[in-house]
Design a protein around this ligand. Structure first.
Ligand code: ACO
Length: 358
């Protein structure tokens, strides 16, 4: 056990019980001392649209530290064991790369003379260049310590990071390999922001109108139901939500706008099926089909081909091998669609509880 723990704790390991217990008094100011040169990004509740006010007391602060600063690297080396133990599949960040920032969620308790600082969570974010003159932010690790989870603190930290991305006008904010739970939280936060973002309202209304106009499932071709390009652009520029994540949110925004949802569920499911199928095939199934056909010619046979584009979207005699295990594929597709609908309902339920008008 010791060697396994040694791998995780490295030089921060304390294997003597007395010595360990003593650190509670000898190092009680460690965190406060470490964060003195940090930048306070938020104190107390955010003005975000989620309902965090009830969980976020004025004792909470989010402090940002550049990893290159002398204390940040030292502090992070103490956090590494927590990252390895609690964030699935994570690796420690490179403490020599100054483009990393730590956002520490600190609980500050008044105590005898000096306040006592406790870290209740943190996130590591990478800020990097985007050609020609912008910066992007990528959230790569986030952790709320186990005894503080499920109290809205992860949501709070996400809101603070969103506010920073907007205030610093970065190009966008992305998340590296989000876990399912974190993706759910992030989506809830962003849906609340999107619901109050007026510039996309006309686009949502128009999508909903198309969907409610008539039985979609009876139509030969189901429209794609993606947001217009200018909406994608406005959302990225104002809210810093990247396109891929906005497309996920878009499906939920439409779900929330369908009233009554039961009446349109069949059509809505065909739209989602369509999206899932396009994602799997990695192409937009509504675009006119293209085919590549080898043709005999007097030039090199390997470089002679013709590309056909059929205008009615029908595929002719294609070489694409999609039919082989058809029943299996259909079943798998249905399972993926069911899973996606389940996720959508979960977020929809959550956001309509927080803001009942949604
Ligand atoms: C890029 C990556 O790093 S991905 C990996 C993410 N990190 C991890 O998996 C590490 C382990 N997990 C964690 O650290 C945390 O659970 C996090 C960061 C994922 C989420 O942080 P938490 O503080 O637990 O999230 P938060 O409390 O805001 O929301 C989680 C749940 O608590 C609930 N919650 C929110 N506010 C409250 C509240 N006021 N009272 C009670 N519960 C609440 C939410 O409803 C949510 O539940 P739901 O998902 O069932 O709808």
């Amino acid at each position: 056990l010791k060697s396994a723990l040694q791998n995780i704790f490295a030089e921060t390991i304390v294997d003597n019980k007395e010595e360990f217990l003593q650190t509670f008094s000898t190092q009680r100011d460690f965190i406060r001392n470490m964060v003195t040169d940090g930048e306070v990004m938020q104190s107390g509740a955010t003005d975000g649209s989620s309902n965090n006010a009830e969980v976020v007391s004025s004792d909470l602060q989010v402090i940002r530290m550049q990893i290159g600063s002398p204390n940040a690297g030292l502090l992070y080396s103490r956090l590494v064991p927590l990252v390895l133990l609690f964030v699935d599949g994570s690796n420690p960040i490179d403490v020599t790369d100054p483009d990393w920032h730590l956002y520490l969620l600190i609980e500050k308790k008044e105590d005898k003379e000096d306040p006592l600082y406790r870290i209740v969570g943190f996130t590591a974010i990478y800020k990097f260049f985007r050609y020609p003159d912008r910066l992007r932010m990528r959230l790569s690790q986030i952790l709320v310590l186990p005894s503080f989870q499920g109290k809205g603190l992860g949501t709070y930290l996400m809101e603070v990071v969103n506010n920073v991305a907007v205030a610093e006008n970065v190009y966008d904010l992305t998340v590296e390999e989000p876990s399912e739970k974190f993706q759910h939280i992030r989506t809830c936060v962003d849906i609340n922001r999107l619901l109050t973002f007026d510039p996309i309202k006309p686009a949502i209304d128009s999508a909903v109108q198309t969907l409610t106009k008539g039985k979609l499932s009876k139509r030969a071709q189901i429209p794609r139901f993606t947001p217009p390009l200018n909406a994608i652009e406005k959302v990225r520029e104002s809210l810093k939500i990247n396109k891929k994540h906005f497309l996920n949110c878009w499906e939920i925004l439409i779900y929330l706008a369908l009233d009554p949802i039961d009446k349109y569920m069949e059509d809505y499911t065909s739209v989602i099926t369509n999206h899932v199928r396009s994602d799997i095939l990695g192409k937009d199934i509504e675009t006119p089909k293209k085919q590549v056909v080898d043709v005999p010619s007097e030039y090199e046979p390997e470089t002679s081909f013709v590309v056909f584009k059929s205008l009615n979207g029908e595929e002719g005699n294609t070489n694409v091998q999609v039919d082989e295990n058809k029943p299996d594929q259909e079943q798998q597709l249905k399972e993926l669609v069911d899973e996606r609908i389940r996720e959508i309902k979960l977020v929809a339920e959550k956001v309509s509880k927080v803001c009942p008008k949604a």
